[in-house]
Ligand binder design. Structure first.
Ligand SMILES: *Cc1c(COP(=O)(O)O)cnc(C)c1O
Ligand SMILES: [Zn+2]
Length: 391
């Protein structure tokens, strides 16, 4: 383990737990967060030292729970490109639009970041069998990292999960269980079976380390932009792990003196067919009601209830951000538009981010001077089943 990892702190009640054990939620039922000795990190790591390091998200290992290179279960995740989307910026009249292309990760999505860290820690702390509920990409990523670590992966997915996700899980040796329901139903089954079967439950935010992997997106953005964060970040939100994780990274970098006080306005994007965060944001609630009848082609956004909802809502408000819902047709239209103008094959969730960008320019939330980072969270190559009908 990383000796600079001090303990785990509850994100709701601030209770403290030791980090050297397999653990899920706080006794109060809320997510635990990894706390580091940031003064100690400051003495050992600096932006200059980072320049010498390899291109993997583990370059930030002083701020990750495992540090020994022989302990890390890696497939080369992170350090994804930050691409200048010039024609999009020109068309919309924005100073700068960057695309953080997470489709370049192993297993084709940013789920690789979280599961690289979670599987590394689960193995280090003695787990042999892992269980996960997944709307699609998390299952594929767990299958890959568990295979590499020599651990058993038990994946529970909705029966109508994208076929590519079933295929990748099967090919990488995971046990697949298809469920007549949504990711929340899968999560409940995993919770029950974990107890009886001795699995460690790696549901997002129900164990403390997937968020640590996803927070590296925040470090990368800062480093790629020479330690100046953008004005706005647009992020397609399911469980919200990336949004909460990046915010944690910003806090840590401020404590380290790597970035200044100004933070980006954070924008959560969801589908009109499942947008509990958008609804709660606009009705001034501090947590969400479960969404009934969640229907969207964007599997990663088909999350009717997220355990970290209260954290997302706090961040959106504190940052002066926004919450936006877009129609599935708009996502599909953006996939074609961005494909033709930028040469990028987006996933539907990435299409949602670009549709939100347009909406926010039209509404006046974005102004001409704004520099915006838009997240494409996965590779479009897994979504042939959605695109083939227009051939
Ligand atoms: C899981 C997923 C999301 C949602 O990510 P969160 O950080 O859990 O909100 C978005 N896009 C894709 C492609 C995903 O797989
Ligand atoms: Zn608690």
């Amino acid at each position: 383990m990383n000796p600079l990892l001090v303990n785990l702190r509850c994100s709701a009640c601030s209770a403290i737990y030791p980090a050297d054990q397999l653990i899920n939620l706080c006794t109060c039922g809320k997510p635990l967060m990894a706390m580091y000795d940031l003064a100690g990190v400051r003495e050992t790591l600096s932006p200059d030292i980072l320049k010498e390091r390899s291109h993997s998200m583990w370059r930030y290992r002083e701020l990750l729970p495992a540090r020994g290179l022989h302990q890390i279960i890696s497939l080369g995740e992170g350090c994804t490109p930050l691409l200048d989307a010039k024609s999009v910026a020109n068309n919309l009249g924005l100073a700068k639009v960057w695309v953080k292309d997470e489709g370049c990760n192993p297993t084709g999505s940013f789920k690789a970041r979280g599961l690289s860290v979670a599987v590394t820690m689960a193995k280090l702390l003695g787990a042999k069998k892992l269980g996960i509920p997944s709307a699609g990409n998390a299952g594929g990523a767990l299958a890959a990292y568990a295979a590499r670590a020599g651990l058993e992966a038990n994946v529970f997915m909705p029966q109508d999960v994208p076929i590519a996700n079933r295929i990748e899980c099967e090919a990488m040796g995971a046990n697949i269980n298809l469920v007549n329901g949504l990711i929340t139903d899968c999560g409940q089954i995993v919770g029950e079976r974990a107890k009886s079967e001795g699995w460690f439950d790696v549901s997002t935010l129900k164990e403390p380390y997937r968020i640590e992997g996803k927070k590296t997106m925040g470090f990368e953005l800062a480093e790629q932009l020479k330690w100046h964060l953008p004005d706005v970040i647009i992020y397609p939100t399911g469980g919200g792990t990336g949004l909460v994780g990046m915010w944690k990274a910003f806090y840590e970098m401020q404590q380290l003196g790597w970035i200044g006080p100004k933070l980006p306005r954070m924008v959560s994007v969801q589908s009109t067919g499942c947008c509990p965060i958008v609804k709660a944001f606009h009705s001034n609630q501090s947590s969400c009601e479960p969404w009934v009848e969640a229907i969207t082609i964007a599997a990663g956004l088909r999350v009717p209830r997220a355990i970290g909802d209260f954290l997302m809502l706090k961040i959106l408000r504190k940052s002066g951000g926004a919450a936006v819902s877009v129609k599935d047709e708009e996502m599909m239209r953006e996939i074609r538009e961005i494909g033709r103008s930028e040469g990028l094959l987006l996933c539907p969730e990435g299409g949602a981010s670009f549709a939100a960008l347009k909406q926010l320019k039209n509404s006046g939330f974005l102004t001409q001077e704004d520099e915006v980072v838009v997240f494409n969270t996965g590779s479009g190559t897994k979504y042939g089943h959605l695109l083939k009908d227009t051939l």
